[in-house]
Design a protein around this ligand. Structure first.
Ligand SMILES: Cc1cc2nc3c(=O)[nH]c(=O)nc-3n(C[C@H](O)[C@H](O)[C@H](O)COP(=O)(O)OP(=O)(O)OC[C@H]3O[C@@H](n4cnc5c(N)ncnc54)[C@H](O)[C@@H]3O)c2cc1C
Length: 124
């Protein structure tokens, strides 16, 4: 039997979690998700949470629980470097993870156009 393919997902936002759930259904995959936070935040509902129409628990999901449910390894940490030749990711705690496939899904930055105050007072 061939060895499991090691997949590392950096970032457990919507993209990372969707990838983890989809890959968890595949045989022969060893899956590790890395995120600096302990929880997945469902961003599309943040405004409802802020407005008080949604409870905290309905908007935020523990990676620990998600990893048990969907059978992936979770590491709370941040990558400090990626070595594409060696196919490895170094975390800021010094740990090195080797991969066969790497998914980088760490979100994006907002484009602030004309409204200079937006970044300071109105951005998530
Ligand atoms: C209020 C609000 C409402 C929205 N409504 C909608 C909507 O109705 N429909 C829609 O399609 N989209 C909506 N969006 C946009 C949607 O939430 C984003 O497009 C989506 O979250 C992007 O997913 P992502 O996985 O790329 O990034 P994110 O969901 O932002 O996740 C990024 C993840 O990466 C982690 N991370 C960050 N840095 C690192 C690092 N260095 N290493 C490892 N992990 C890292 C973060 O902790 C986070 O878990 C909304 C967004 C907001 C804020």
């Amino acid at each position: 039997m061939s060895a499991k393919r090691r997949v590392i997902i950096l970032g457990g936002g919507i993209g990372g979690i969707e990838a983890a759930i989809a890959l968890s259904r595949k045989a022969g995959v060893s899956l590790t998700l890395v995120d600096p936070n302990a929880v997945h935040v469902w961003k599309p509902a943040l405004h409802e949470f802020a407005a008080g129409t949604l409870n905290f628990e309905e908007n935020v999901f523990s990676f620990e629980k998600l990893s048990k449910k969907f059978k992936f390894n979770f590491i709370q940490g941040a990558p400090s470097s990626i070595d594409r030749q060696a196919k490895s990711v170094k975390l800021s705690d010094g740990q090195t993870l080797e991969y066969d496939y790497l998914i980088v899904s760490i979100g994006g930055v907002q484009m602030i156009l004309a409204h200079q105050g937006q970044k300071r007072i109105a951005s998530f």
